[in-house]
Design a protein. Sequence first.
Length: 223
Amino acid sequence: MTLLPRPLFILVAVPLVAVGATAAAIVASGSNRRLGATRDEATRTLPGDELLDRLDIQADRAITIAAPPDRVWPWIAQLGQNKGGFYSFAWIENLVGCDIHNADRIVPAWQNPQVGDPFPLHPEMVLTVGRVDPGRALVATSKGGSAPQDMGMAFTWAFTISAPAAAPGATPATRLHIRERYQVTSAAVRVGVQVVNLISTLMSWQMLRKIKELAERTQAPTH
């Protein structure tokens, strides 16, 4: 039995398992709230910020990928438990029944996410696509008809890509920025979210690394 609502318990349980399987040095360092993101990036307004009417907790994670945005976006477009997965530690996620199978290829049928589409994290926790800016941003939200309403919080999970300025002749690059934003309703839920926020750093770190690896070695599909 848990004092937390079941959907929030799922969010907590997955990364807690990860702590036992991976090094917790990043968490211990206190850098989890801004892993790889600059101060400017962490304070910048991003697509999806408007989906919460109040912000209580935010985390920003980012990485530079040595590939142009059109080679990164297809991996973002197919995110989801029932699609390309989350490119993280699937074996850990599956210990709590997520049934995730991370893709290692671009699937054309998954390349057209739409606002209002279900965005499952777990068979019992299905979010909603709240915003899509093709080629730039995909944002999932807990608000919506298909999202569980008993978590005691609202949150958004945004994936934004941009092309940083580069010197003439330099290899094209992409900046991938993942932002989590939470609005909580009680002190108990805030504690649960803080645990999620701390340890999800490990999952996000792996996700960023894996997307970087995939985008740098694989060409985007031609149209």
